[in-house]
Design a protein around this ligand. Structure first.
Ligand code: FES
Length: 116
């Protein structure tokens, strides 16, 4: 569920250093709550942005989930029911019908940017 970045508009969410490595924060993008994750494996910084709302738990909690790997996939585990969401595609691995939206995210000038 990739959202097209048609307008090419990017919003600065926070400083990169505001996000503790391998955790997420929640940001408001228009009316959407977006969970933005910073992954740092020691050599590479990567950002991912998915919806903060967990459709199964019916709660806005994904930014507080635990980030990890499941095979090749980088996932966040929902803090409530522990379902896993692929950070690249938004897919809920246990219940694909509950997959969530994703946004493009990048680092520039020491800041975290999310495209809308
Ligand atoms: S745990 Fe929320 S959709 Fe799977």
């Amino acid at each position: 569920m990739k959202r097209e970045n048609e307008a090419g508009s990017w919003t600065a969410i926070c400083q990169l250093d505001d996000i503790v490595p391998n955790t997420g924060v929640c940001a408001l993008l228009g009316e959407d709550q977006v969970a933005v994750f910073r992954l740092n494996d020691g050599t590479e910084q990567r950002l991912f942005a998915i919806a903060n709302f967990d459709p199964n738990a019916n709660a806005s909690v994904l930014s507080r989930g635990l980030v990890g790997n499941l095979g090749e996939r980088i996932v966040v585990a929902s803090p409530l029911y522990k379902h896993h969401f692929d950070l690249q595609t938004g897919e809920c691995l246990e219940a694909p019908e509950h997959s969530v939206a994703t946004w493009p995210a990048r680092i520039e000038g020491g800041k975290v940017w999310v495209g809308a």
